[in-house]
Each structure stands twice: as C-alpha cells, then as structure tokens.
Write a protein that binds this ligand. Structure first.
Ligand SMILES: *Cc1c(COP(=O)(O)O)cnc(C)c1O
Length: 389
C-alpha cells in the first residue's frame, strides 16, 4: 500500500472535518517516523506537543505492555494503584496540599470538567482570551476564542466574554463578582505560540483574587515539561485555582486531567461529574512512565537548553521575522503568509512541522530531542526558506 492508497480510502471513509492528510505514517522510533512508502521524517511536531518522549519509548512501551497484560480497565467504581499514584504525583507538582485530580481523556474534556467545577461556585459567567484554544466540544468551544471555529456552531454557552490576550486592563473590566472563572493559556499554542507580556499572569491572579473568580490555567499544550516546568505558568510565581492537562500527559496515550487546588478542590460533590475511561490503568501507567523518564533524564532542563539554542539560531535565518516561545514550544513567524508553503516544503525535505497560522510555524518536538536533530532541523529550515523567498 502506498501513501496515496490510504489517503484515497481516508477521503471516502473518514469525515471531512480534518481535510485529507498529506502522508500516511506507519511507524516511529524516537523523533523519527516512517511513512507507508518507507520515507523517514524528523518529527518536530510530536503529535502536536503530545509525544513528549518521542515514539515507542521503551519505558512507555514496557509500562503499557505490562499493564494491558495485567488489568486493562476497571471503571471508576473501583480504585487502581496507578490512578492514585499519578494523582499524587500531579498533586505534588502543584505544591498544594489540598489539590485533587479528575482524569479524562483529552484537553477538551479537562476544560469541560473545569467549566462544570466553576458552576459549583454558584456563579456562571466566564472570561477567556481572544484567539485562545480550549477544545472543540460545545462547552470547550464556548471558551475557545477563535471565531472561525465557533461561528458555524452558534449558539454556544451564554455568558462567556473574550478579551484581548495580554491586555490586563481589558481583563480587569471584564471580570466581576459574577465571574465564575477566568481561563487562560500560559502561552497560547494554537494561536501561533503567543507569549503574554511580563506580569500578565500575576495581574490575572490579582483580578481573580479581588473578585473571587477561579483562575483556570489551560496547560494542555504547555504542560508536562515542555516549557521547562511541569505546567508552564510556574515562572510567574502564581498559583492558579485549576490546572488542565492533556496532550503530553499520557506520552501519546489519551489522557487528560483537571486539577483543582485549594478550596476549589472541594467544589465537586459525589455524582457531579464522571467519565467511563477517565483514569484508566493503562493510560495512567504510561503517564507514570513519562514522568519517571522526564525526572530521571532531566528532560525539563534539556527542553530549556534546546529551546534557547533554537530561539537563537532560528532568529538568524533570513526570512524569519520573530521566534518566540519557551522551552520546546516554539513559534517561528515569517515576514509574510508563507507558513503553509514552508510546512509543505519541510515535509518534502523530511521534517514534520505545522503551520499554526498563515505566517507562523509551530514546532513542539519531543523533550528527548538530540542536539544533532536540532542542528538538522535548523539546516533544513534555512534551505527551505531560501527556496521559498
Ligand atoms: C489541544 C488543546 C486543547 C484541546 O485538547 P484536545 O485533546 O484536542 O481536546 C485544549 N487546550 C489547549 C491549550 C490545547 O492546546
């Protein structure tokens, strides 16, 4: 079977919501994936910031294989050691003794859980950021601040206001004593890796403190070590009320989490929320393996070093207007709207990246990327850009 055979079958059997992909991937090891025709690619997208340890990492493979051989699924009528252990780990990363975790499968579900939790404050209004991405289910889509994704599906939840990201005065005007929650990404990923100005997260924290609104940090994309810490907001010194995670959490397996801190950890009552697969023994085994490797191999330190190296080197390439991000979540903005063209040429040259917006390429390679792979990426990007120019 060739790439194109699968793509034809995709078109006739898969809904058109994604459009048709460009290649068919069949295997991977580390940061290298292989298509149906045996062509190899350097994976600098990592399943959209998801494969934090690359593909087929032995620790994840071992943990998942052992667990599926032992006990695959139990439902939340019963406890499982991995679920408890992972919740305790995540709790320890927050530094909050009251923190409690709800497990789901995806980022959208983690944010849905936060949304329902916020209703338990007795308030219902929400403030989110323009351009933000919080997921595609109707609740999460109501939080998402991208008109193109929202408009076909109106009406969405009432009472959600979107303010310009990074503008603390707009935030102050929008949030009041009727606001149940403010939801913010530490860095806006899907919007093109937008980093907020210094002091922004602290400002949002102050506004939430003054009004009693829950501060929800959507760390779905920034989390699991990608920006050099576990969640992505830690540099700011604040503590949110709620943290949502997914993408990197399961190291490629579907796992999301909503962590409520402090008093908000006590808002949900028995029967308030649930998920059949939430906190499944296999996906939580994968997450525990991921965390162990990140700690053992100091991958958060590596993410920052590699990230800084990329920021410096990519900025020097002709045609690059700005490089931004933290750790290994990086946006490369061009002088014009060539991101899709660059992404396609990178694919031809054997590198997977993504055009997050018309003028910005996003990269989110695995945290265990090597210096040689970074060098190769920079070289190929330079060549591709000199072609496109
Ligand atoms: C990807 C993403 C989501 C949605 O996650 P899904 O698993 O696709 O539902 C939510 N928030 C942020 C910040 C994301 O990057």
């Amino acid at each position: 079977m060739k790439n194109q055979d699968y793509l034809d079958r995709w078109t006739s059997s898969i809904q058109n919501n994604y459009g048709t992909p460009s290649i068919t991937l069949v295997k991977g090891k580390g940061l290298v994936v292989e298509d149906a025709e045996g062509k190899k690619y350097l994976d600098f997208l990592g399943g959209i910031a998801t494969n934090v340890l690359g593909h087929a990492h032995p620790a994840v493979v071992r943990a998942v294989t052992h667990q599926i051989n032992t006990l695959g699924h139990v439902s939340n009528f019963y406890a499982h050691p991995h679920v408890v252990e992972l919740a305790e780990k995540l709790k320890s990363f927050t530094g909050d003794a009251d923190a409690k975790v709800f497990f789901a499968q995806s980022g959208a579900e983690a944010n849905e859980a936060a949304l329902k939790l916020s209703r338990r404050t007795g308030r219902s209004r929400i403030v989110a950021a323009q351009g933000a991405f919080h997921g595609r289910t109707m609740g999460a889509l109501s939080l998402t601040g991208q008109p193109s994704k929202r408009e076909p599906f109106l009406p969405l939840l009432k009472g959600v206001k979107h303010v310009p990201y990074g503008d603390i005065e707009s935030m102050r005007r929008a949030v009041n004593k009727k606001t149940a929650m403010v939801i913010i990404e530490p860095i806006m990923g899907e919007a093109g890796v937008i980093v907020p100005p210094a002091g922004y997260l602290q400002g949002v924290r102050e506004i939430c403190d003054a009004t009693g609104a829950l501060m929800v940090m959507d760390c779905v994309q920034t989390g699991m070590g990608r920006t050099g810490d576990w969640f992505g907001y830690e540099y700011s010194g604040i503590t949110p009320d709620v943290i949502t995670l997914a993408k990197g959490l399961g190291g490629g397996l579907p796992l999301g989490a909503m962590i409520a801190l402090g008093a908000s950890a006590y808002l949900f009552q028995a029967g308030d929320h649930g998920s059949t697969f939430g906190g499944n023994p296999v996906t939580t085994a994968a997450a525990l393996a991921v965390i162990k490797v990140i700690e053992k191999d100091s991958l958060m330190v590596a993410a920052v070093l590699h990230g800084n190296h990329l920021l410096q080197e990519v900025a020097l390439i002709s045609g690059v207007k700005e490089v931004r991000g933290a750790g290994l979540l990086i946006g490369i903005e061009f002088d014009s709207d060539i991101a899709q063209q660059v992404s396609t040429k990178m694919l031809d040259a054997g590198v997977l990246v993504n055009a997050a917006t018309a003028n910005t390429l996003r990269i989110a390679p695995a945290l265990n990327v090597s210096t040689a792979q970074i060098t190769k990426f920079i070289l190929i990007l330079g060549k591709v850009l000199s072609d496109v120019e």
